[in-house]
Design a protein around this ligand. Structure first.
Ligand code: CO
Length: 134
């Protein structure tokens, strides 16, 4: 059986990076570990480690991206919650078998080789959930 290993990160959608970094990095003192563009998602992401997990800031870089539409509709705030799983394909099959609504039918692969997929908030209690396999 596929197993959930950890909470990997919590992501916050932001309009720009400067103001949230003034809080998360400068005021709380978290380290900005990574700041990069993700052309496939038309977004820029920042990662700030917190213990074994991370805070992710996500900013749209194009008005027609999924993130930009989300921001226009719901404003800044909590965007998704990410769980690390040891077998993402196995977990996605298990979820499908239990009629959980998935956003991605197949896992996607990030530039650094992580597999990820999203689960629809309709099935999770209102929160977009990401699965990660490192
Ligand atoms: Co994420």
């Amino acid at each position: 059986m596929p197993q959930i290993k950890a909470i990997n990160h919590v992501a916050i959608v932001v309009e720009d990076m400067a103001k949230p970094l003034a809080f998360w990095r400068d005021a709380l003192g978290l380290e900005l570990h990574e700041l990069r563009d993700v052309p496939a998602e038309k977004s820029q992401i920042a990662f700030l480690p917190v213990g074994n997990g991370e805070v992710e800031l996500v900013r749209p870089t194009s008005d027609d991206s999924g993130i930009a539409k989300y921001l226009a509709k719901r404003g800044q705030g909590m965007h998704h919650f990410c769980l690390e799983v040891d077998d993402i394909e196995g977990m996605m099959s298990q979820l499908k078998a239990k009629n959980i609504r998935l956003i991605n039918e197949e896992p996607r692969t990030s530039a650094d080789g992580k597999k990820y997929a999203f689960i629809h908030p309709e099935s999770t209690g209102g929160v977009l959930v990401e699965l990660y396999q490192l």
